[in-house]
Write a protein that binds this ligand. Sequence first.
Ligand code: NAP
Length: 312
Amino acid sequence: MKEVYTVADLREWGSATADLAKPARLAVLGHPVIHSLSPQMHAAALDREGIPTTYVRIDVAPEEFSEALALMAQNGFIGANVTIPHKKAALEAVTNATEHARRMQAVNTIVFEADDTMSGFSTDGPGLVRAIREEFSLDLKDLRVLLLGAGGGAGRSIAVQCAIERCERLVLANRTLAKAQALAHELADDFRSDRLVGPGERLAAVALDSPALEKEVAAVDLIINATALGMKRTDPSPLPTRALSACHIVYDTVYANGSTRLVDEARAVGARAANGLSMLVHQGVLSYEIWFGHEPDVAIMRAGIASSPMRA
Ligand code: NAP
């Protein structure tokens, strides 16, 4: 099996995948996609259930995206995951997107339906909800949340999910303040109530480098990092350490290096902290549920990632 297939391979799918014992009928599409851990995670669940399907990576440039989907439909694919930079294009390409995916402005899970249509779903936000429950035994809806990186795709999914869950309080922080302000404007109706007891707005936007951020940190329970900071081992934390206290819960969506400076610094002050591996697992679990109609073995999927040589 190739580490990564291409659209040229999709055009000759029979010969390109002739060496596979089980036909490739599930894939993750991205550009680049070589680092995706989804194949290992889904292979573990497919093998456990004896489903005769291989899950592969396909590198698809933006201009090839529509052709790739058409070829996958022709080649009898069950479904696909979609990652950077295709989530918005996938929303536009599918025949039916859920209302939830439309609100997210993103599709990360596609089903190729029997009548040649495509359905689109977004599992990133619901995956985060399950991850927070698993890591901390808490529900997002009960928490005051500070979201760092509210200007990116992951940040948008998390912010909209917080709004859908009606979380207690949401502070949107971003390097480019205007993006956080625009998102706050969009979500304003979801936070129009006086449910919050105590001082402070239920919904606020703040710049990542503003002195006001530290004041906001003192009035939240859960801090989520959805910035790109932490992807490189040398990256600084997105928050000054002095802002953190033992009362905080910290969830870093970054999982590439096992731990991040934010997670290490949070643990050092006695806060509970976790990296984004559980969000990755649960968005995958939800995709699998959409394709096969039942929940896979979550522990098996997690073990599939842990045993991956790319993770080491
Ligand atoms: P994206 O769309 O490119 O957004 C990047 C975000 O990071 C923006 O808010 C950007 O701020 C901010 N940022 C970038 N460089 C920064 C810096 N040097 N200092 C401060 N802020 C900076 O990327 P994305 O797809 O949302 O991904 C963001 C993170 O989420 C990544 O670290 C990724 O690993 C993680 N993620 C995890 C999962 C999971 O399942 N665990 C899923 C998806 C994503 P500006 O708006 O100012 O540019």
